[in-house]
Each structure stands twice: as structure tokens, then as C-alpha cells.
Design a protein around this ligand. Structure first.
Ligand SMILES: [Zn+2]
Length: 79
């Protein structure tokens, strides 16, 4: 699972590769936020991302989740 080096979060991550384009979702870092459970991406919070892309994210989460959704740090390490 990924881990934030700054705050130690191991659960909630966002993707800077998929910027938030939804004007009503204020303060959200990304259109995609993933919730991890152990090694697995258990839940994808999707703000208007195409199905095809969210499928790709599910298959390659480490390519997408590079930002901590708790503190906003990009110092995310993957094992
Ligand atoms: Zn953090």
C-alpha cells in the first residue's frame, strides 16, 4: 500500500494526474480519490472520470495515486 511520508496516511490518496475539474467540489485535490485497504484499492471516489480511465486506475493504482488526500503532500512512497 502507499504511504504518505509526511503524515503517515495509508488509506486515502489522490491523483495529480487527474485534476479536479468539477467546479462544485470545492477544495478537492483531484477528480479521483482512492481508498486503500491493505494492498488493495478498495474504493474509488470518482468525480466525473470516464469509466475507461477509472478501470485503468484500478489496474495500475501506483501510476496514479501520488498525492496524500489528507495533507496534500506528494511525498507518497510505494513499497
Ligand atoms: Zn499526508
Amino acid at each position: 500500500m502507499p504511504k504518505c511520508q509526511r503524515c503517515g496516511n495509508e488509506i486515502s490518496f489522490a491523483s495529480s494526474r487527474v485534476p479536479n475539474i468539477t467546479p462544485w467540489a470545492n477544495g478537492v485535490l483531484s477528480a479521483l480519490t482512492g481508498q486503500f485497504e491493505g494492498e488493495e484499492l478498495s474504493y474509488l471516489e470518482n468525480l466525473g472520470v470516464h469509466n475507461q480511465l477509472s478501470q485503468r486506475v484500478f489496474e495500475n493504482p501506483r501510476q496514479y495515486f501520488d498525492t496524500c488526500a489528507i495533507c496534500g503532500s506528494t511525498k507518497v512512497i510505494w513499497p
